[in-house]
Design a protein around this ligand. Structure first.
Ligand code: ADP
Length: 163
């Protein structure tokens, strides 16, 4: 039984995240989606709203792939969270070079704390690679169309908050 942990803030969940989740499901039997509470990052959506987005959008992926997908809010250290859920791998999405430096440091430090948990990097499909939650919010705030970046329910939630 392979268990993975895909952590993030998901503020909000985008089609980029969903693409990574689908890919992660080809590698594990059980996937925890770690939703970081991250109160100091000042998320637009509450933890409950972010968890609901993940649950609503991942139910069908779980059914399609047969992978058990479990949403798991967490506030502690990522490596601690991985240990708590029994994950043997942490899954991260990698976009252009901008993500690399931070992720490189994270792997080094996480490995120093627990060398038996591997970090696996996945790239989204080309059409989703440039999507970032932060930019989606900025575009929406400025009145742009974000419907090609997020699912319909997330677009509706953004409309309610920022429309
Ligand atoms: P964090 O606060 O950890 O950066 P995010 O919710 O922004 O959380 O992202 C969670 C993970 O998903 C990160 O590994 C991030 O690099 C990855 N990710 C986000 N958007 C994309 C995308 N469009 N393509 C590939 N990976 C992505």
């Amino acid at each position: 039984m392979r268990t993975g942990l895909y952590p993030g803030t998901f503020d909000p969940l985008t089609l980029g995240h969903i693409d990574i989740i689908r890919r992660a499901c080809t590698m594990v039997d059980r996937l925890y989606i770690g939703v970081a509470i991250n109160a100091d990052k000042g998320p637009l959506f509450s933890l409950e709203e972010r968890v609901a987005m993940v649950e609503d959008n991942c139910a069908s992926i779980g059914q399609d792939t047969g992978v058990e997908i479990i949403t798991h809010p967490f506030e502690n250290l990522l490596i601690q969270c991985a240990e708590d859920v029994g994950a043997s791998m942490i899954i991260r999405g990698l976009r252009a070079v901008s993500d690399f430096e931070y992720e490189f440091q994270m792997v080094g430090m996480n490995r120093a704390m627990n060398s038996s948990i591997e970090t696996v990097f996945l790239m989204a499909d080309a059409e989703y690679q440039s999507i970032a939650s932060k930019l989606v919010k900025e575009i929406k705030r400025l009145g742009g169309d974000i419907t090609t970046f997020v699912s319909a329910d997330v677009a509706a939630a953004l409309e309610q908050k920022l429309g």
